[in-house]
Design a protein around this ligand. Structure first.
Ligand SMILES: Cc1ncc(C[n+]2csc(CCOP(=O)(O)OP(=O)(O)O)c2C)c(N)n1
Ligand SMILES: [Mg+2]
Length: 325
């Protein structure tokens, strides 16, 4: 998990550098300060399980096997990216590895994942789904419908509610009167717990329990992971509405990576040298990944319509004619 935490943080940092050079197309989203819950929850899954990440779940995608070079290509909208430049950042699938590309309307992946998990149940497959949702997203109508449906059908789904204090510029207290977001589970008749989201091992243990229960036929459950969004909504957001001392407090006293390093050293599970070796491995892998794709071409305009519709012949022909003429 230390390797994946380091990989996530370093890859996001590389992306910030590329963004500042004008090479990232569209927004750049960061999970700084909440990588712990993303990595640890995904780590609790096994082969055959499926998760649905959001913009701040790069760590969970890397754990599932997404390659840094694919993420870099997506963010730079390269022709060589998984979506050939048609979709932004983390919006892409790999069904074999087990992640589903998000659709942007917040909350909508919950009914989608409820349906996927219903199919696991109907087919008698021992597979589990994991879906992430923010504190803001947990106040949408689709969250309610999706969790209610999953709960009543007792599908093998674990809902991770990432309580990071902010939904864009709105603090949690201004968009929900619920103090503990885990309490929402009571309304659906499913188990709900609150976990320290920056305690990597606590998130891992809680998710492992919920995943095991789901796999054994125990149905849906909800885990609120309490964490903090240390950057703005995206790189273009200067987060002036977030109190500076609040950000500094979380950075100085509650960083998930720092805390995990202290645990690894304290328990004697890893030495400084072990961790330096992991950091160097990450640096070398990212050097290779950036060099591999930085100069890849952007897609041709004409490609925008191909592979989008099932049968586009007429539109495609019109489009090419316009380009030609
Ligand atoms: C239904 C809907 N409303 C608004 C948006 C625009 N939007 C995208 S992310 C975001 C904030 C999300 O906050 P939260 O759910 O807390 O997740 P976080 O960004 O904190 O990870 C908003 C308002 C959207 N994508 N979908
Ligand atoms: Mg939030």
């Amino acid at each position: 998990m230390f390797y994946y935490l380091t990989l996530t943080r370093s890859l996001e940092q590389r992306l910030v550098n590329l963004y500042r050079q004008g090479k990232v197309i569209g927004g750049l989203y960061s999970s700084l300060g909440q990588e712990g819950e993303s990595v640890a929850s995904a780590y609790a899954l096994q082969s055959g399980d499926i998760l649905s990440p959001l913009i701040r779940n790069l760590g969970s995608m890397l754990v599932m096997g997404a390659r840094p070079v694919e993420i870099l290509r997506q963010y730079m909208a390269k022709q060589t990216s998984p979506t050939a430049g048609r979709e932004m950042n983390l919006h892409f699938n790999d069904f074999d590895l087990g992640y589903l590309g998000q659709i942007s309307p917040l909350g909508d992946m919950i009914p989608v994942m409820a349906g996927i998990c219903l199919s696991f149940k109907v087919r008698g497959e021992p597979r589990v789904g994991l879906v992430y949702i923010g504190d803001g997203g947990a106040s949408t109508g689709t969250f309610h419908e999706g969790v209610n449906f999953a709960a009543v059908q007792a599908v093998p789904l674990v809902v991770i509610v990432e309580h990071n204090g902010w939904a864009y510029s709105t603090p949690t207290a201004e968009q929900t009167a619920t103090l503990r977001l885990a309490d929402k589970a009571k309304a659906y008749g499913i188990p709900g717990i609150t976990v320290d989201g920056n305690d990597v091992l606590a998130v891992y243990a809680a998710t492992k329990d919920a995943v095991a229960r789901a796999r054994e036929g125990g149905g849906t459950s909800l885990i609120e992971v309490v964490t903090y969004r240390r950057k703005g909504h995206a790189e273009h957001d200067d987060q002036r509405y977030q109190p500076k001392d609040e950000i500094a407090h979380w950075a100085d006293t509650n960083d998930p990576v720092d805390r995990y390093v202290a645990t690894l050293l304290g328990q004697g599970w890893a030495t400084d040298d072990d961790m330096d070796a992991a950091r160097q491995r990450v640096r070398a892998e990212l050097d290779v990944a950036v060099a591999e794709c930085e100069d890849d071409p952007l897609p041709e305009g004409a490609m925008a319509l191909s592979q989008v519709y099932a049968s586009p012949p007429e539109e495609e022909r019109l489009w090419f004619r316009r380009l030609d003429g």
